[in-house]
Write a new protein. Structure first.
Ligand code: SF4
Ligand code: SF4
Ligand code: SF4
Ligand code: SF4
Lengths: 191, 431
């Protein structure tokens, strides 16, 4: 009786050990394969400006109530135009910063006179909601110096970015955290 | 000499073209300022420092080891509780959820099936470490290191018992969810687990409305039901269960011999403590019937899974786009105009045939994956039935290897344990 019992227990033990061995092998194989394909650097989400069509979903799809995507300005390729297509509404009456003339729904762009006939435009990031209206105007009619970028001081780096899965242009990519922006000027991530 | 002139001529033409291109790139050439205006620099706030990702791994490892030590060796619920509080604060409210082992299941599946996918080294480790640990120390990750588990665990105030049959049936859902999540991940459709995670919006204190609602429901449920997400939904738990079943070391209710006093019978809020059982006379029906049933079940799973796969493929972006483009070519733009997706695609100038082939391939992948999913579900179902109908001989109270979440609640209900503690305290006092 006693012997019977120990035999039974050892059979159970044996089964368990075999099971553990098999699982360990599977885990090792899968983990090894995944490690072999993995990249050394952590990843962040970013927008490839060449693909973005300024559809407006960046403003609405982010998990944050105010999107982590903001408009950024590539000053070195800006024309400093008096009539800025990113700043003024189409059919504006006067070329001044009156609210009724502005394209940005939150008035996040600051227009400042530099010298005749040039004006400087800066984004007040606190106010920007990432709707891309200005980017759209600048890209279509101007130099395209305004663009959208995920701001990493705000982004939660979701495992799956909700904007990425909603983006109609598949403009979201994962890039190394060490160079986390894809800008038109001084581009570190040539795609 | 003659050739050189020709070359020079060609070169100068190219130079002119190139210069023209530079100017044509910008409709309004960037100005040369006369005043001493200096160009502002674009701000680029850095991403989270790389070293912190490694620190996370280190902390994860440390917490799992501590939790294993506290549940197996030290046998202290208090330490486990402190650990889970720490994990809730660190992995939950500080790290705000992402990336956690539960979600990493999808990254791993995608990385293994499509080599181009960007999966960082640290994410692989986050996926592997708790699984490997469960082969040796049971679900130490669930006990002390998982912020999802900790949140539910610390919320439990008034526990409602769930009948065993209901508990066991509901917990099957986790396997189905795991299968579905892998199917959606390997087809590059979406990360279901992340999309419907109930607790991450709470760690972040913001999120889409639907997520906040599901999260709220789970939080309220956790007040009365021990860890509902862990037991019935968590796909990572579905991976941990079979692994911890064969774990080398297991949590026991008592530090010594079980005296079958029945005091711990109801101490586990997750229904994980198995009672002593006498094996009944087994009356397993010999014969071909169970085998036939099982095989036809598998077949039904494959066929149903195939249909489900085809149905699910509609949620893939590419397949959805193909349907839209097809409708566009057949019927022209709908009353609401064309969608952004269609616009982008038409602008890209790609021949729709290419898109249709890609979508077709994806749909087939979904069908194949769906069949496998059906097979998987039927297999799990069969195994579960077998497991439930098995009448093992058990003489003591012991936690179920797969279901025990290593929380340590049962320890202090055992009189043997209390005796030991008294003895230990006595020794300390004597010293
Ligand atoms: S969702 Fe995509 S296309 Fe739309 S604005 Fe954002 S990056 Fe651009
Ligand atoms: S990763 Fe998350 S927080 Fe960042 S932009 Fe995407 S949805 Fe927003
Ligand atoms: S079962 Fe619970 S504790 Fe374990 S990984 Fe899942 S959510 Fe976390
Ligand atoms: S440690 Fe005890 S109480 Fe906690 S889950 Fe395991 S069996 Fe249940």
């Amino acid at each position: 009786m006693e012997e019977n019992k120990t035999k039974k227990i050892s059979r159970l033990e044996f089964l368990k050990n075999t099971g553990r061995g098999i699982f360990l092998a599977v885990l090792g194989a899968a983990g090894g394969a995944a490690l072999a394909r993995s990249k050394k650097s952590s990843a962040v989400w970013q927008i490839d400006p060449a693909k973005c069509t300024q559809c407006g979903r960046c403003a609405t799809e982010c998990v944050l109530r105010i999107s982590a995507v903001k408009c950024v300005h590539n000053f070195s390729i800006c024309g400093y135009c008096n009539l800025c297509f990113g700043f003024f509404q189409a059919g504006q009456r006067d070329l001044n910063s009156g609210g009724e003339n502005q394209l940005c729904p939150t008035g996040a762009i600051k227009r400042k006179f530099v010298e005749e006939p040039y004006y400087e435009y800066t984004i007040k990031e606190k106010l920007c909601v990432g709707c891309g209206k200005c980017v759209s105007g600048c890209t279509a009619f101007g130099n395209g110096s305004l663009q959208l970028q995920v701001r990493h001081d705000r982004c939660k780096n979701c495992n799956e970015c909700l904007i990425a899965s909603a983006c109609p242009a598949n403009a979201f990519v994962r890039i190394p955290a060490a160079s986390p922006y894809i800008t038109k000027e001084g581009n570190e991530n040539k795609l | 000499m003659k050739i050189n002139y020709k070359r020079l001529f060609i070169a100068s033409i190219f130079l002119c073209l190139a210069l023209g291109a530079v100017f044509a790139e910008y409709k309004f050439p960037p100005p040369e300022f006369e005043s001493n205006y200096s160009l502002p620099v674009m701000q680029r706030p850095p991403a989270r420092a790389e070293i912190l990702a490694y620190l996370d791994i280190f902390i994860l490892l440390a917490v799992i080891l501590l939790s294993a030590w506290a549940s197996l060796k030290k046998r202290s619920r208090n330490i486990i509780m402190l650990l889970s509080l720490f994990s809730l604060l660190y992995f939950g409210f500080y790290k705000e959820g992402c990336i956690c082992p539960i979600g990493a299941v999808q990254d791993a599946a995608l990385a293994l099936s499509s080599p181009g996918y960007y999966m960082p080294f640290t994410a692989v480790l986050i996926f592997i470490i708790p699984l490997a640990a469960s082969l040796f120390a049971g679900r130490a990750y669930c006990g002390g290191a998982c912020p999802h588990g900790a949140l539910q665990d610390l919320l439990l105030i008034k526990e409602l018992k769930i009948p065993r049959w209901l508990d066991r049936s509901l917990s099957l859902f986790a396997y189905i969810y795991l299968g579905l999540a892998v199917l959606f991940a390997v087809t590059g459709s979406t990360f279901l687990i992340c999309k419907y995670d109930p607790f991450v919006p709470f760690f972040r204190l913001t999120g889409p409305f639907s997520m906040l609602v599901t999260g709220g429901i789970f939080l309220v449920l956790s007040l009365f039901i021990g860890r509902p997400y862990c037991r019935f939904i968590c796909p990572y738990g579905a991976l941990l269960k079979p692994l911890s079943l064969v774990s080398r070391n297991k949590v026991t209710v008592t530090p010594d011999k079980c005296i079958v006093c029945r005091l711990c019978e109801d101490s586990c809020p997750f229904g994980a403590i198995n009672k002593p059982e006498k094996p009944e006379k087994r009356n397993i029906k010999k014969g071909a019937l169970p085998a036939i049933l099982f095989i036809s079940g598998l077949l039904a799973g494959v066929i149903l899974g195939n249909y489900t796969g085809a149905f699910c493929s509609a949620y893939n972006k590419e397949v959805g786009l193909a349907v839209e483009i097809h409708a566009y070519y057949e019927e022209g733009p709908g009353p609401g105009g064309i969608s952004d997706e269609v616009k982008v695609y038409l602008d890209s100038g790609e021949s729709p045939e290419l898109l249709f082939t890609r979508a077709e391939a994806l749909k087939n992948k979904f069908k194949k994956g769906g069949s496998l999913l059906g097979l998987w579900i039927m297999f799990v179902l069969g195994l579960q039935l077998l497991y439930a109908s098995r009448k093992p001989k058990r003489e003591i109270y012991e936690p179920d290897g797969a279901r025990c979440l290593s929380c340590g609640r049962c320890f202090m209900d055992c009189p043997v344990e209390r005796q030991e503690q008294l003895k230990r305290d006595g020794q300390r006092n004597v010293k």
